[in-house]
Ligand binder design. Sequence first.
Ligand SMILES: [Fe+2]
Length: 191
Amino acid sequence: MAEKGTLQDAFIDELRDTYDAEKQLTKALGKLAKAASSPELREAFESHLEETRAQVDRLEQVFESLDEKVRGKHCDGIAGIIEEGKAIMDEDFDDATMDACLIAAGQRAEHYEMAAYGTLVAWAQAMGHTQAAKLLQQTLDEEKAADEKLSGLAEDGINQSAADAGYAERDEEAVPVASTSRKRAQKSARR
Ligand SMILES: [Fe+2]
């Protein structure tokens, strides 16, 4: 009977998966940046692209610290998330709505990565891979910061601009009842 796999085997497998995910993201983030209308959002994607390139290098250091060959294994999870992001970019949304959707797509990727790195850090710690755990924690912190930055951009204006663009379009269609009840809703929201 074949020997059973260990947590170390699962750890290396997960590292390969994550290495491939980061590489896929270096291509996808450039596309998200190009599709963004808000200069702040474009800048956020571009700076995370730079960070992601450094994260690829950092994962190579992790492999080296473990005396493992640097190797990726196709990550189906992030591939699916990237596919969904591409489908959004093909939609015909107004600029603000597209930005809100790009943030949603970017945050899906960030949360996927946060889950992966959270697991990797915990497993590295459990197995006493101190150097690997430290490097992986650095990336986990960067992913969390990138996620928070996107939340900030959404909540500080992009979501509201998108909502207002929708209202403006509806108002152009001149539906007085809907418009009146919306104003009432806005008034009560402000209270
Ligand atoms: Fe990353």
